[in-house]
Design a protein around this ligand. Sequence first.
Ligand code: PLP
Length: 421
Amino acid sequence: NVTLEKEDNEMYTLIQEEKFRQYSCLELIASENFTSQAVMEANGSALTNKYSEGLPGARYYGGNEFIDQVENICRDRALKAFNLDKNQWGVNVQPYSALLGSTANFSALTALLAPHDRIMGLDLPSGGHLTHGYATAKKKKTGFIDYDKLEASAELYRPKLIICGASAYPRDWDYSRLRKIADKNAAYLMADIAHISGLVAKGEANNPFEFCDVVTTTTHKTLRGPRAGLIFFKRAPKGERNSDLEEKINFAVFPSNQGGPHNNTIAGIAVALKQVASDDFKLYAKQVKSNAKRLGEALVERGYKLVTDGTDNHLVLWDLRPIKLTGSKMEKICDYLSITLNKNAVHGDVSALQPGGVRIGSPALTSRSMKEKDFVQVAEFLHQAAQLALRVQSTSGKMLKDFTAALEKDEEVKNLRKEVE
Ligand code: PLP
């Protein structure tokens, strides 16, 4: 019963420091959020001690009577959170998520594809996730998805699977059009709603479940749970299309890609999903969108360019190329200012390694009760940061290391940091 503080003070101190960093900075990474105390408790519980390979009622180890209940509750809540009928949809709640880009995605691909089958999705510079494969269907000028081009590419390459969903796309998806394109090519349609799942659950984003065969999500972004993944699959009567999805996906998760489930995480997901089902979460999802929209407007009012000129969801992609600042420099100065965001490729960038913009998300600060007026203040800080970066760059030169060295010494940077904190 020795506490962490006494047992391992070095680790305890680092955890406290990280916690302080998270709460003293402006957290704007679009894929991050703050879980509730209740989720943390479940995640840090005795469930971490237990092995339970297999599924509820069919485990490879004894002693799983409570773990079975935990997993069953989690599955029920996952379906309920997205308003899904048990007879039409099933869900696997075991993916660990972080391995191989995302075990949820990798397992879905393992289930749906045979060697040499083609997949089609957004590539990284266009806002897709690393696990989505390589093809682009974004308009170079506007940054919107070009569905006509996507349709033509699908006919040319005949993918077995079309993946929609992204890590950095500020607009919603036309799932109905994508379904038609998938059907024309006898392809599966899978939506990775990792970023927007909290919005989808509350009807604040288009509903992929009406059109897709498989839907994957992480649980730690707008869903506000612990780090993990979920795979939803369509059910169908024996002999019909998709009737084999349940078996294929369960087998792809375990034993193909994972071992024993992380039961503490599954309990944490269940707690988060209970919160998602509440009316309060509807208010949260609405506020996330409204805050991102106001942030975007405030940047445009200050003369800046956003990809697609705005947002329908929880993030804005700020195109810094017009002011001749790189995403890397903007990220760097923000780090110095206690503003956490990430550099991001924008449509038309040649490489994701030299990104022309930054991605800014509203979910985490919305969890800290911030409203539209607070996001106008955030936009003002970002404006000051960009102007400071341009001033520093004009004397330090373009190299990132010289720029960083100059930032360290800059008095204005120090003063602005104090104001942000
Ligand atoms: N899918 C999308 C669209 C994502 O943006 C991410 C991560 O940011 C993932 C999947 C994978 O999540 P993880 O890194 O937890 O595996």
